[in-house]
Design a binder for this molecule. Structure first.
Ligand code: HGY
Ligand code: MN
Ligand code: MN
Length: 417
């Protein structure tokens, strides 16, 4: 197999152009992207992605949960491809780069190999994983979680959004309930490029994050049952106020997570009063909780401390609080050989870099449980993500895509002419 000189680089303007071209699918007036999974906007970008991959000579197929795979043939088709890619769905207040950079950089890698007339020894395969964000349907990283066997396809197809639409109905509504059973597409290994979604690389002036680990995640669905009563005539001492209860839970989660310093985080991201009215004391509230740590022991402490706090708050508030664990993703330790390959490609290209832990969850965190996986980070402006202000720079995105290109070339090998 021949080596490829690092002067083979991606087409920076073309990558930057595709990032901004696809941002129109769900583009918001504030310059963000609202492209919830399996929405009309998600269909638009999926259709765009399919035709772009087919135009680049890939065979595209879709699994029964809508994850898309674009296969570029290699010399030796007897071996599973090297995987690359990410996700194209966004948060409601999403930006142009989260998931999009990794998926479109993967397409750019294929386009660059085509331009250079390079045939890889192993095939390569771009993935667009369904519902990485977990905003419309839980859990997050849903398509890859089913792919690695954490959930059955039937279980996932029945998951419903807040409007009561199931994953199956949403897939059918956009025509992306594919033919191939989940797990059909095999990979030798997987590499994902992503923005850091945190402040470290930018603060340290580093171009590349060589991701060696990722936080573990616990998600809970909560239900508070107090007692609706008149806002004017109910004495403060007799109230069973669900919203005041939730307020105490929010502050308890903040106190407990902060107690572990930078090693833990906790968030209540959703809260819905069942029958809101300005002159009725809230009686029923549904909420969600997200707690994380890169340390499995701390994650376990967090869970126990939060559950104890909820019991205590429910008691003195004289309300019922139910907390159901709906997702547990243990901390990730990425494959050492692959992490070293990312680092070697970064050094060969001369980019500044550092090892880093991912605060956010990613599809590669799931994939790493059944195959070697690794990630490449680039900075994002002020570390902001899951916000319409999310931004990055063309040089940084180009650097990340070049590291992806050369890591994939190392893993797939270049077929001799
Ligand atoms: O929740 C996460 O970390 C990811 O953005 N889905
Ligand atoms: Mn993401
Ligand atoms: Mn995200």
């Amino acid at each position: 197999m021949t080596r490829v000189a690092t002067n083979l680089q991606i087409d920076s303007a073309r990558l930057w152009g595709t990032i901004h071209e696809t941002a129109k699918f769900g583009g918001t007036p504030k310059g963000g992207v609202k492209r919830l999974t399996l929405s009309v906007e998600d269909k638009q970008v999926r259709d765009w992605f399919r035709s772009a991959c087919e135009a680049a000579g890939c065979d595209v197929h879709v699994d029964t949960l809508g994850s898309m795979f674009a296969l570029r043939k290699g010399r030796d088709m007897s071996k599973p491809p090297i995987g690359l890619g990410s996700h194209l769905d966004t948060q409601p207040t999403g930006g142009k780069f989260d998931g999009v950079l990794g998926t479109l950089a993967a397409l750019e890698v294929v386009r660059t190999l085509n331009d250079a007339g390079i045939e890889t020894e192993l095939p390569i395969c771009i993935a667009n994983w369904t519902n990485e964000e977990g905003s419309r349907f839980a859990p997050a990283m849903m398509g890859s979680a089913a792919y690695v066997g954490d959930f059955t396809t039937d279980d996932i197809l029945l998951r419903k959004d807040i409007a009561g639409v199931s994953v199956g109905e949403a897939l059918d509504s956009i025509g992306y309930r594919g033919e191939s059973p989940v797990g059909t597409q095999k990979f030798t290994s997987f590499v994902e490029l992503h923005i850091e979604q945190g402040p470290i690389l930018e603060a340290e002036g580093k171009t590349i994050g060589v991701v060696d680990s990722g936080q573990g995640v616990l998600w809970f669905d909560g239900q508070i049952t107090g007692f609706e009563s008149h806002a004017g005539s109910t004495p403060m001492t007799l109230r069973r106020d669900a919203l005041a209860t939730l307020s105490e839970i929010v502050l308890a989660v903040e106190r407990i997570a902060s107690g572990f310093g930078p090693k833990a985080v906790g968030t209540i991201g959703e809260a819905v009063i069942a029958s809101p009215s300005r002159n009725v004391i809230p009686g029923e509230i549904a909420f969600t909780m997200d707690i994380r740590s890169a340390d499995a022991e701390i994650l376990d402490h967090l869970e126990k401390a939060v559950q104890a706090a909820v019991v205590d708050i429910a008691a003195h508030r004289k309300v019922e609080v139910r907390l159901e664990k709906v997702w547990h993703k243990p901390p990730t330790h990425f494959d050492r050989t692959l992490v070293n390959a990312v680092e070697a490609a970064t050094e060969a290209l001369g980019y500044s870099h550092r090892r880093i832990t991912s605060g956010a969850g990613h599809d590669s965190c799931n994939l790493n449980t059944i195959m070697p996986a690794a990630m490449i980070f680039v900075p994002c402006k002020d570390g902001i993500s899951h916000n319409e202000l999310e931004d990055s720079t063309q040089p940084d995105c180009t650097a990340g895509a070049n590291v992806l290109l050369h890591t994939v070339l190392t893993l797939a090998g270049v077929a001799a002419k």
